[in-house]
Ligand binder design. Structure first.
Ligand code: ZN
Length: 335
């Protein structure tokens, strides 16, 4: 019962488009996860939902999807569209982030970004459309062989002490011990493996924002970068994973924005993606729903704001990356 409740709660995620539809905007969603959801009875105006087993790497289909979105803007007069590409996530999981396959896929993405910008011009949208390109995580190589985390091998730990567990899905684990077993399970796991972090829900570091929700289980586990959590057998064969501590550079993602509302050639300090929602609301001229971000973090990217105290700097057309410092996490606007 408990397991069902927890699993069901994962399915109640909302997509941004449903929220914007609720505020009276005309929205579209193309393959964006959650595109089928309903919010206060509203759904996305136009959507295309991916098939159950979808090939996310087909470049010809990407081009078709971009064209579809351009038509939604020009023929259907939509205000906001989310367009999702499932790569380089799929390739990164399968082969690992540092492989040739992944590098080739990043090149394919790069071509598509160029294609999107060309299409925006072709459809006469350059002076009207703001484009944000971002993702929700990075990727790191999964460590295999000696030193892997296998819960079954930890002395004093038994899966039979649990009412529910959600492990074998990567770096994190959620455990609900049976009545009266919390301390036993916690003591067995805490400090038992050098790459395994074990917390009671209320002890999870504040910066991870993972303590104050009824849907979080009494015990929370996560592996150090590269270490996924196995329960009693190895079901995970990915060579790349995400979901590790977001303070790690390899977990960070990119943010690029271009359009009539954005300053050109601006490089800003890294920021948390939770702040992107407020930025989108500002661009669309709507009032944000309650959220954890702050427009103050991103507003200096906009032409309408001029904050001399900002740490942001306007860079030459293409910032040099001689020191490689920005190679993983440049938050800059297109030149
Ligand atoms: Zn993934």
């Amino acid at each position: 019962m408990e397991a069902y409740k927890i699993f069901k709660s994962f399915c109640s995620l909302l997509e941004i488009t449903e929220i914007f539809t609720d505020q009276g905007l005309k929205t579209g969603s193309l393959f964006f996860p959650g595109g089928n959801a309903t919010y206060r009875g509203e759904t996305v105006n136009i959507k295309k939902v991916e098939s159950k087993v979808h090939n996310y790497s087909n470049e010809a289909e990407w081009e078709e999807n971009v064209e579809t979105v351009m038509k939604w803007f020009t023929e259907e007069n939509l205000d906001f569209v989310t367009l999702y590409f499932g790569e380089p996530d799929v390739t990164g999981h399968k082969h690992g982030p540092d492989t040739q396959q992944r590098k080739d896929m990043v090149r394919q993405i790069d071509r598509m970004v160029g294609h999107i910008r060309n299409q925006v011009r072709q459809y006469g949208l350059e002076s009207k459309l703001n484009v944000i390109i971002t993702a929700d995580h990075g990727m790191t190589t999964v460590q295999k062989g000696e030193g892997e985390i296998v819960l079954r091998d930890i002395p004093g730990f038994s899966l039979s002490d649990l009412q529910f567990h959600l492990v074998d899905y990567g770096p994190s684990g959620l455990l609900v011990p049976k009545e009266g077993n919390l301390e036993k399970v916690y003591q067995a796991l805490k400090g038992a493996h050098p790459k395994l972090n074990v917390y009671k829900k209320e002890e999870v570091p504040d910066r991870l924002h993972y303590s104050n929700n009824e849907r979080i289980t009494p015990l929370v586990l996560y592996g150090e970068p590269g270490y996924v959590i196995h329960s009693y057998a190895k079901f995970q064969f990915n060579n790349g994973e995400h979901g590790f501590d977001n303070k790690e550079m390899e977990m960070k993602t990119i943010f690029r924005a271009v359009g009539p509302s954005f300053k050109k050639g601006l490089v800003v300090e890294p920021f948390e993606s939770v702040n992107v929602y407020a930025l989108m609301c500002e661009l669309l001229g709507i009032t944000p729903e309650p959220h954890d971000g702050d427009l103050a973090v991103t507003k200096n990217m906009l032409l309408t704001y001029n904050d001399d105290n900002s740490a942001s700097t306007v860079q030459p057309a293409r910032p040099t990356q001689a020191d490689g410092k920005y190679s993983h996490n440049p938050h800059l606007n297109f030149a």
